[in-house]
Design a protein around this ligand. Structure first.
Ligand code: SF4
Ligand code: SF4
Length: 600
């Protein structure tokens, strides 16, 4: 049966048909749809875990019980899950354990770009990478089989284009029928990694890689296409598709086994062609591996090392490097120009509950332009981490000073304080991010007697990745409702005495509470609560600007609401975007009270 599937949907279906019994993930673009797709299928326990580390630990537990487990995450999530990844590599598994890492070349929705192919080598586990949705589907069965045959977790890498592009998939299997019954067999030598046991397992890891090296040489999805022998192109993932399009006459070797690489196959291919090049996104991973074999190869001399590739970038780079003829040569390959799409500045939504808090933060804490050295007395530093609210770094809000990774804002604020910076640091993070990895930072503040103010922007969802549930809402990936974890109780339980919940749309309440908290000598938590407008069912009558009252000061533009624009030199509100009384932030900013609820 043919189906049009994205790479993520194909991974989910492939895993399902391979008999996966437990699937866990933490949402993160471009990986989120894998768990969402699998949660719709019967017979699988699916869970949004609190973070990627816990997701993998649950997967490891399930694999120890002999069932097949799938754990998915975005590339930076694997950094969080690195500890259990290395541990599982050491112990090995029982039931198959497949970890999908979706990388984001070009940082479409990430705070950093990294090439997670290195993780496979680093953790000494096999890695497979599909070049389209069909292969994503096929590879899941292979991945689980390899995992069980070689007693190892298996990494499957995807990238944004593979994960999100839809291609036709021949769904040629049904769900595996002979699933293992979950059971646990006691085996301290395998599962308890005290040094005496870990040293023995360490030996097993090296023996495993040696066996895998010969296994991958005959792996059927690594494919050699021999055509013109003057040029041989080795590529992987989506870069393989680009390479086929740009180097149409050349010979190609598609690599699906990324670690270990099929050494003998590569040697055979290299012997068939006069000149060998590697086309791969991000780091020269395959190129370096081929060089290690002593085979002359070209790659990053002309293929960009940063960002995504596309056929146009690749063709231009190849022409410049003299690998392809220049357009003036008799037979240049013409790539059709990419369509120019209109650009849009990243911004918070109209009616976003983060706007009010970030507006107050900027108003109270930011007096010195960022280009001048040092801060004035009374100003404070706003450390942030990654989420929708990070968009508050852009004008006109310009309310944030840092953003590194999930949960980092609290530790960073404490670090600034303990380093002796005289200005107070205020940490900002989302409710989901707080649960993910902010909570440990808050415990550290209490333990180390810091006096940081932490603002949890509680929009009661994981908004940036598409409204997933989390412990604060208690809503699971399948829609069941558990007891929500109460942020205020949690903060109090940790030992924070100054805990306040404010209405995220009430500027005065936020301002008064923030002023009080930052003057406090002890740590404080402000929970700025307002439901994400995308998940809220509440919409009011759009607000309007009374032209008779408006003096044209444009203060209302300072909140950065996309519903407010200037037309004919007059501030105006787009009724299609404004959510009305569900928000009302602009009305609180206007000095003339010129912004009022419309007539409906
Ligand atoms: S803040 Fe009020 S007075 Fe100023 S431009 Fe906006 S609507 Fe007009
Ligand atoms: S009430 Fe004002 S701030 Fe809120 S969505 Fe409407 S225009 Fe934007």
């Amino acid at each position: 049966m043919k189906q049009l599937l994205s790479g993520n949907e194909a991974i989910a279906l492939g895993a399902y048909h391979a008999g996966v019994a437990v699937a866990t993930a933490y949402p993160g673009t471009p990986s989120t749809e894998i768990l969402q797709s699998i949660a719709r299928l019967d017979g699988v326990y699916a869970e949004w875990a609190i973070n990627e580390k816990v997701a993998l630990e649950i997967g490891i537990g399930a694999a120890y019980a002999g069932v097949r487990a799938l754990v998915s995450m975005k590339h930076v999530g694997l950094n969080v899950a690195a500890d259990p990844l290395f541990a599982a590599s050491t112990t090995g598994i029982v039931g198959g354990l497949v970890i999908v890492s979706c990388d984001d070349p070009g940082e479409h929705s990430s705070q950093g770009e990294q090439d997670n192919r290195h993780f496979a080598k680093f953790a000494k586990v096999p890695m497979l990478e599909p070049t389209d949705s069909q292969e994503a589907y096929e590879l899941m069965e292979w991945a689980f089989n390899i995992s069980e045959q070689f007693d190892t977790p298996v990494l499957v890498r995807s990238t944004t284009r593979i994960s999100h592009c839809k291609t036709v998939v021949d769904v040629n299997r049904d769900r595996k029928a002979d699933l293992n019954e979950p059971s646990f067999t006691r085996s301290p030598a395998k599962f308890v990694m005290v040094p005496s046991n870990a040293r023995i397992r360490r030996q097993a890891m090296e023996e495993r890689i040696i066996k895998l090296r010969s296994y991958v040489d005959d792996f059927p999805l690594n494919e050699m296409l021999l055509a013109d022998r003057k040029l041989g192109v080795i590529s992987n993932g989506v870069a393989y598709q680009y390479a086929l399009e740009v180097f149409r006459d050349a010979s190609h070797l598609k690599l699906v086994t990324i670690h270990p690489i099929p050494e003998q196959l590569i040697r055979r291919f290299a012997n068939e062609v006069e000149k060998l090049i590697v086309v791969e996104e991000l780091d020269p991973y395959i190129e370096d591996e081929i060089r290690r074999l002593g085979i002359p190869v070209m790659g990053k001399e002309f293929v960009p090392i940063i960002g995504e590739l596309n056929p146009e970038i690749l063709e231009n780079a190849a022409i410049e490097a003299g690998i392809l003829p220049t357009p003036s040569d008799p037979a240049p390959h013409q790539t059709p120009p990419s369509p120019q799409l209109p650009t849009r500045r990243p911004q918070l939504c109209a009616g976003c509950p983060h706007v009010g808090t970030e507006f107050v933060l900027r108003k109270l804490g930011f007096l010195t332009p960022s280009s001048t050295k040092g801060l004035k007395k009374g100003e404070f530093i706003v450390t942030s981490d990654i989420g929708c609210y990070t968009l508050g770094v852009y004008p006109p809000l310009s309310a944030l000073d840092t953003c590194a990774c999930m949960g980092a804002s609290i530790g960073q604020a404490l670090g600034l304080e303990k380093a002796g910076v005289p200005n107070k640091a205020v940490a900002v993070l989302g409710d989901s991010t707080f649960m993910h990895s902010g909570i440990t930072g808050l415990i550290d503040i209490v333990y180390s007697q810091g006096n940081t103010t932490v603002i949890i922007l509680d929009n009661s969802t994981t908004a940036m990745t598409g409204q997933q549930g989390q412990p604060g809402t208690g809503v699971s990936v399948t829609g069941t409702q558990a007891q929500p974890v109460k942020l205020e109780k949690l903060a109090e339980g940790i030992g924070i005495k100054d805990v306040n919940v404010v209405d995220a749309f009430n500027l005065r309440e936020i301002e008064n509470t923030l002023k009080r908290s930052i003057e406090n000598d002890e740590p404080s938590v402000i929970i700025s609560r307002g439901v994400c407008i995308l998940s809220s069912k509440t919409r009011g009558t759009p607000f309007v600007i009374d032209e008779d009252e408006c003096i044209g000061c444009f203060d209302c533009l300072d909140i950065g609401c996309p519903a407010i624009t200037i037309s004919d030199e007059q501030a105006c509100i787009d009724p299609a975007l404004c959510v009305g009384a569900a928000c009302g932030v602009c009305a609180q900013v206007c000095p003339q009270e010129a912004i009022v609820e419309g007539r409906g």
